[in-house]
Design a protein around this ligand. Structure first.
Ligand code: 7RM
Length: 632
């Protein structure tokens, strides 16, 4: 059984041990899992390369730990509750036994289609239970899954499929989210037409009633191939450091990168962090509202909860359909004990009024979680009072796609809370703050750049196909430290508050976006010469996207032009990356070396032009007035 810390003294002891003897600490955790072969060495590391290996020489299969291991003790317990978009439609449940059988059937179907260990399989699938089943089926046979959020465009999907050289895409035919019906398979067809030559098969789960275009050479129905398979599939022996999955995420430059996580360490850490942060106890119903297309869904809908033998819920819909009480309706309906969502959803629901919440009992809720972006004090207070009735601790969990699991967070009912603070690092997480020169900032009541100075089991191993990029982005800024890209404050008690990104990454509704990525998309428009994208404070989304655009020739109809820009971005990346505000400018403030002065653009976008600092050294100081005057 995974260690479950119960008191702050136990936390302190565990933390201390994890720093003094990390190998001993994590070996003890790892012992609680099923290994086909035990590791020879707990840890080998070198942040310079970087080269990090946990549980070296060990062999395991994560699905044996998510499924088989539970069959004797909790085979008939519900593993997954699937709640549909339409409240009138029946929900579905899968017991551990049933889930095991479904995963094995799907795994056998993948094998029958020629998928084997090390092959990449892309998912472009809405939140149906078959997404979790498919992901686990890949893990069962050692295929590497790469889930692409089903809100991304065909172009974005094609980019990711090509980068991973995926042999198969698994998708659904259609998808309903709220009132929207999305032709998922059609997007996959478009992506394939963009030259995804590595794809040999497209496996399609039938989720809708309408017809789809069919290519007999490529397409296969899920029900035609999965349903008839045997429910017994041996678990592929995986080295601790074999790749479990790739997940693409945005950075400050260039194309999204494929973050690579490996089998052993990811397993140990996601289970440990899940159990301890949420204080999950047997019999609890746990619900994380994220999409499996993001890391939160990977680690805290699928792997962490199933490893811990929990009952985890998957929700197909959106918080506002059929009305703004939907989340709370689901909490009451399934007697949810731990509820984990994003500040953007909290703010959106808060804006709809308390009456949507007070209609419901919500008496089952024991723990509330927050993830994805800084939570502002208004949202924190509302979540605490109106949803939690001041009885449920809020765990503000800070972590990243690259960290694989929650890094800094209260442990529910154990760590003292402080609004808007992620509080303390989990055992095993050696967080520190550094200045721009890389000197560690000691003591309390300080602010700096957040780094981690010792490996933890679920950390990023590489960026797929480009190890140098991994080194450069995360390990080159400060010697012997992993740099998070976030700025943080440490208060008088050593508690951390995450301030936000210090690089050119913006966080829109908890979705990470590279400003360069959005600029590249905007520049695809034929009348755009150059653009600059910055974030600005947005009441609901946290940050909104503000685009400054220089055009080739004058724009007659500005509204039409703005719509074209938004359409271009939707096509290149997806609707989530559409700029909220677009300002046409004749130039951008630049340094003498030609760098865009984003600091100035950020200030103007946030409506704060009182003090733009020294602009006299700019290449084109005159442009600042024009940009200010035209601000939206
Ligand atoms: C899990 C996830 C990572 C970035 C990260 C931060 C921001 C995430 C919090 C947060 C303040 C939090 N992965 N972030 N959680 N900021 N408080 N509790 O979101 O890779 O998509 O994003 O999100 O800037 O670097 S992610």
């Amino acid at each position: 059984m995974t260690l479950q810390i119960k008191t702050i003294e136990e936390y302190n002891t565990a933390y201390q041990k994890s720093v003094e003897n990390p190998e001993g600490f994590w070996a003890e955790q790892a012992e609680t899992f099923t290994w086909q072969k035990k590791w020879d060495k707990v840890l080998e590391w070198d942040f310079k390369k970087p080269d990090v290996k946990w549980f070296v020489g060990g062999t395991l299969n994560i699905t044996e730990n998510c499924l088989d291991r539970h069959l004797t003790t909790r085979g008939d317990q519900v593993a997954i509750i699937w709640e549909p978009n339409e409240p009138s439609q029946d929900f579905k449940t899968y017991t551990y036994k049933e889930l095991h059988a479904e995963v094995c059937k799907c795994a056998n179907a993948l094998k029958a289609q020629g998928i084997g260990k090390g092959d990449r399989v892309c998912f472009y699938m809405p939140m149906v239970a078959e997404l979790a089943i498919g992901v686990l089926a890949c893990a069962r046979i050692g295929a590497i899954h790469s889930v692409v959020f089903a809100g991304f465009s065909a172009q974005a999907l094609a980019d990711r499929v090509k980068d991973a050289q995926a042999k198969m895409i698994i998708c659904s035919d259609f998808n309903s989210r709220g009132k929207k019906h999305i032709p998922v398979k059609q997007v996959v067809d478009e992506a394939i037409a963009m030259g995804c030559d590595s794809v040999e098969k497209v496996l399609v789960y039938k989720n809708g009633r309408n017809e789809v275009t069919w290519n007999d050479n490529l397409d296969i129905w899920w029900h035609d191939t999965v349903d008839s398979q045997s429910a017994d599939c041996p678990a592929e022996p995986m080295d601790s450091e074999d790749i479990l999955f790739i997940l693409y995420t945005s950075g400050s430059t260039g194309k999204p990168k494929g973050v690579v996580h490996t089998c052993g360490g990811y397993m140990v850490y996601t289970c440990f962090s899940f159990k301890n942060v949420f204080q999950y106890d047997d019999g609890d119903i746990y619900w994380c509202t994220a999409d499996i297309g993001w890391i939160t869904g990977h680690s805290y809908i699928v792997y962490g909860p199933l490893l811990a033998g929990a009952t985890t819920m998957m929700f197909e819909g959106v918080p506002t359909y059929p009305n703004s009480g939907r989340f709370w309706d689901i909490c009451d309906k399934h007697k949810v004990n731990q509820f984990y969502t994003a500040p953007t959803a909290i703010r959106a629901l808060m804006a709809k009024g308390d009456e949507w919440v007070s209609r419901y009992q919500l008496d089952s809720i024991k723990v509330l979680g927050s993830v994805g972006e800084p939570i502002n004090i208004e949202a924190w207070n509302w979540y605490n009072k109106v949803v939690g009735k001041e009885k449920a601790p809020i765990v503000d969990t800070w972590w990243q796609t690259e960290t694989g699991g929650i890094m800094i967070s209260p442990l529910a009912n154990i760590t003292p809370l402080k609004p808007c603070y992620a509080t303390l690092p989990l055992p095993g997480i050696q967080a520190c703050l550094v200045d721009t020169e890389g000197n560690e900032i000691e003591g309390n009541n300080v602010e700096g750049l957040l780094c981690i100075k010792f490996p933890w089991p679920s950390m990023i191993r590489t960026t797929y196909g480009d190890h140098e990029r991994c080194r450069q982005v995360y390990f080159s800024a400060f010697e012997n430290k992993y740099f998070t890209g976030d700025g943080a404050r440490r208060d008088e008690n050593g508690m951390y508050r995450i301030i936000g990104r210090v690089d050119d990454v913006i966080n829109v509704s908890g979705h990470r976006m590279g400003t360069a990525e959005v600029e590249n998309a905007i520049n695809e428009h034929s009348n755009v010469v150059e653009s600059a994208v910055v974030g600005y404070p947005h009441d609901i989304k946290g940050q909104g996207i503000y685009a400054y655009v220089i055009t080739n020739y004058p724009v007659a109809d500005q509204d039409a032009f703005r719509k074209e820009i938004k359409d271009t971005v939707s096509r290149e990346i997806g609707p989530i990356a559409k700029p909220d505000k677009i300002q046409i400018v004749s130039g951008l403030p630049k340094t003498r070396s030609g760098k865009i002065m984003r600091r100035i653009l950020r200030k103007i976008a946030s409506g704060d032009t009182s003090n733009l600092g020294d602009i006299s050294t700019l290449l084109n100081p005159d442009i600042v007035q024009e940009v200010k005057d035209g601000a939206i």
